[in-house]
Ligand binder design. Structure first.
Ligand code: ZN
Ligand code: ZN
Length: 407
């Protein structure tokens, strides 16, 4: 029998979280100082495979020579292996080596964080060798590099890497939150593969910014601990989790693409609204650069929504883009669910396998049988966006504060 050429490839839905930090190396060297001690390369792989159910992971901080020693040992021992299509395989999980790098160009109003992913372990080692010439301590996470953003983009592209501005609206260290109002002022728009929205923004909010129309949106956890892995993530249509397939997803080639973004409701993010450090009031709207409308103090921490309103106004856009985007699903991470402690979580994982299963698949009755009807209502209510939230600001997360009964 003659084999027919397949028209559509056999695509799978793969959950991906592309922004996880390393806390320490196996030998105890600090990498991300604020990261937890058990956040090692091996533990991330294990957690993603066994508990989260997330099979494509971006390991930020793989540029660190100490982390590279750990990776080399895992590859040598055969516990992990490199894929021809890019990425490091552990059981059913693929880990992509990446780095988060801080840049402050001349003419930038503040620093910005950029994510750079490399197709191979070799490429990452070569990237580290280049970076170490322009950085004070290449061992640590999220360090300042003393080159321009464009130079960093070129060095990334030269090695076949992907360049993705991180948490683009956060008020302290981000492309549109603190560094610039127009992307072209500080980066080469052609050398950006996607943008990461960050915890306080969603696709609808980002639709206000014309500069972003051409880029795919990613939602990642920026986890500093094992528990926070998957607090935001993406569902991708791809053949298998690998670097090359991720590249095709971002280019939208041959049927690949982002199926959905799963993110916090922006109300839960730490920086949704402008917040007054002096009196604690959340100041909506216009007060970003003025004084607190409640107490008059000038100590305001800018909110993401307020920043977006300002950028939209400057760009002249009067309503958000209507171009089709993957659906953005508000996800309440198990971590945020009131009443769900580590013991109960372990029990649920023992019964239902992974967090992705608990969040997406397990029916209400089964959840209620194990965790009680309140928690089951919350998990199932969140699937349909039926949970009330209180907004965050000034570095404090918002709260999940109303539980609606299942109807
Ligand atoms: Zn960052
Ligand atoms: Zn980060």
């Amino acid at each position: 029998m003659k084999r027919r050429e397949q028209q559509t490839p056999d695509l799978k839905k793969v959950y991906a979280d592309l922004h996880l930090h390393i806390g320490r190396t196996d030998s105890g060297l600090p990498v991300k100082i604020s990261g937890s001690r058990d956040l090692t390369f091996r533990n991330i792989a294990h957690e993603a495979a066994e508990r989260k159910g997330i099979s494509l992971i971006g390991v930020i901080d793989a540029h660190s020579p100490g982390v590279q020693q750990d990776i080399a040992a895992l590859l040598d021992s055969g516990e992990m292996s490199e894929l021809a299509a890019g990425g490091i395989r552990y059981r059913n999980v693929t880990l992509l080596p990446g780095a988060e790098i801080e840049v402050r160009d001349q003419g930038m109003a503040g620093p910005a964080h950029y994510l750079c992913y490399m197709p191979s372990f070799d490429a990452m080692q070569s990237f580290t060798a280049w970076m170490s010439g322009y950085m004070k301590n290449v061992q640590l996470s999220s360090q300042r590099i003393y080159v321009t953003g464009r130079h960093l983009q070129e060095e990334t592209r030269k090695r076949g890497g992907l360049f993705i501005p991180a948490h683009i609206f956060t008020p302290h260290k981000s492309l549109l939150g603190s560094a610039a109002t127009r992307i072209g002022d500080v980066l080469d728009p052609e050398l950006i593969d996607a943008v990461e929205l960050g915890l306080s923004a969603d696709s609808a909010m980002a639709g206000w910014i014309p500069d972003l129309d051409r880029y795919p949106f990613l939602t990642n956890s920026d986890a500093h601990s094992l528990r926070k892995i998957g607090r935001e993530y993406n569902a991708l249509h791809m053949m298998e989790p690998s670097f090359e397939e991720l590249k095709m997803v971002l280019e939208g080639r041959d049927g690949r693409g982002i199926a959905a973004n799963y993110g916090l409701n922006p109300l839960l993010g730490k920086y949704h609204r402008t917040y007054c450090k002096a009196c604690g009031a959340l100041a909506n709207g216009t007060a970003v650069h003025g004084n607190c409308p409640d107490c008059g103090s000038g100590k305001l921490v800018g909110g993401v929504m307020d920043r977006i309103e300002r950028l939209a106004l400057e760009s002249g856009r009067e309503k958000p883009s209507e171009a089709a985007r993957p659906s953005y699903m508000y996800q309440i991470p198990l971590d945020f669910m009131p009443g769900l402690g580590p013991k109960l979580l372990d029990r649920l994982l023992g019964r239902f396998g992974t967090e992705m299963n608990i969040l997406h698949e397990v029916p209400y009755e089964l959840l209620a049988g194990e965790a009680g009807s309140q928690l089951a209502s919350l998990i199932c209510g969140a699937r349909e966006g039926k949970v009330a939230l209180q907004s965050g600001g000034g570095g404090t997360y918002g709260k999940v504060n109303v539980i609606q009964e299942e109807v």
